[in-house]
Design a protein around this ligand. Structure first.
Ligand SMILES: Cc1cc2nc3c(=O)[nH]c(=O)nc-3n(C[C@H](O)[C@H](O)[C@H](O)COP(=O)(O)O)c2cc1C
Length: 321
């Protein structure tokens, strides 16, 4: 059932990765995805080292199956320390986001037998990370929640697949079997899901997060520099929209800093959507409307695999007509 080279590389049953999700992807979700045959991935962005160690231990207690840790390369020292923790704790897979972890960290991880899978927004980054020794590449389009580049998944994916020799995983805007199959048809070795897995019973995001995803349309996300200073796709809250409007109209630095403080101050200030001035989400949120879609992550994965098989049969029938 869609057994690809990625499954062999990571020793997983289904070619589905759970993208690291700061705020939503804690050990329960990570373990649930791995238990279901995919690969759960713990985020480390914003976590203290001791929290990361505790969360790795917690995940190891919940599953004996492989899972990954995501390192956001915030400078060589930070990246190498996080890599050392993953090596010490025998984490089998490391994904990296936002930047280049550098050849040293990649080399250290690979020498310890850890598979390294960077998430990239362009062909240029994919080639660079492949040259540094990446075992696979996640090509992440601008539809995705989190840090994004400017190229959408549909054009980015085949270009990255053509450019590199290692397996390529598609991310950004994939929420069901149709997205999964489209990526596989383009030659992806698997997919990475983020936003879809916030709407699960194991998500650490909280009820307001999944409720907000169920409520918004595909037009209600925005790419903004107000959250981290880099381009992040998030809910188009009034606070984030105010920052972007000011930025685009050339507001002074002081004013931008003031608006950014408002955006950042509101983070998780209470457990309602209105209480959040910012939260990360992808455009596929517009497709998630039915409260029944909030279910265990294992069910989401099994449904995608089952429906993808049905769609494949349907496609082969109409192709042969
Ligand atoms: C709430 C949230 C938090 C995220 N945090 C991270 C992170 O810490 N590190 C990272 O590499 N990617 C992060 N991402 C990106 C995801 O790992 C994944 O690549 C992306 O969500 C896929 O696109 P989708 O949301 O359209 O499924 C985050 C995404 C979301 C929605």
């Amino acid at each position: 059932m869609f057994h690809t080279e990625l499954c062999d590389l990571l020793e997983i049953e289904f070619p589905i990765l759970q993208g690291a999700m700061q705020g939503a992807g804690k050990p329960k979700l990570v373990a649930a995805v791995s238990e279901a045959g995919g690969l759960g991935v713990l985020p480390t962005y914003g976590e203290r080292e001791e929290d990361l160690v505790r969360q790795i231990e917690e995940t190891q207690a919940l599953t004996k199956k492989p899972f990954g840790v995501n390192i956001t390369p915030l400078g060589a020292k930070f990246t190498e320390r996080r890599a050392a923790i993953c090596i010490d704790m025998k984490v089998p897979v490391v994904t990296t986001g936002l930047g280049d972890p550098g050849p040293r960290a990649v080399g250290d991880l690979r020498s310890a037998g850890i598979k390294v899978i960077p998430v990239v927004p362009t062909v240029r980054h994919a080639l660079r990370l492949e040259a540094e020794g990446a075992d696979a590449i996640v090509a992440s389009g601008s539809e995705a929640g989190g840090h994004v580049g400017s190229v959408a998944t549909l054009p980015l994916l085949p270009m990255v697949i053509d450019a590199v020799k290692v397996p390529v995983v598609a991310a950004g805007g994939i929420g069901d079997a149709r997205g999964f199959l489209a990526a596989m048809a383009m030659g992806a070795a698997g997919v990475q899901l983020g936003t879809r897995l916030i709407c699960t019973t194991e998500s650490a995001g909280g009820r307001w997060y999944s409720d907000a995803i169920l409520k918004i349309s595909e037009e209600e996300t925005i790419v903004s520099k107000s959250l981290t200073g880099k381009t992040v796709r998030a809910f188009a809250t009034p606070e984030v929209k105010a920052f972007e409007a000011a930025r685009l109209s050339g507001a002074a630095e002081d004013e931008l800093r003031r608006l950014q403080r408002i955006v950042r101050k509101g983070r998780h200030q209470d457990d309602t959507y209105e209480g959040q001035h910012q939260a990360v989400v992808g455009q596929i949120a517009g497709m998630l409307n039915d409260p029944a879609c909030v279910k265990p992550a294992g069910e989401v994965i099994r449904e995608i695999m089952h429906e993808a098989m049905q769609l494949t049969e349907h496609l082969s029938k109409i192709a042969l007509k």
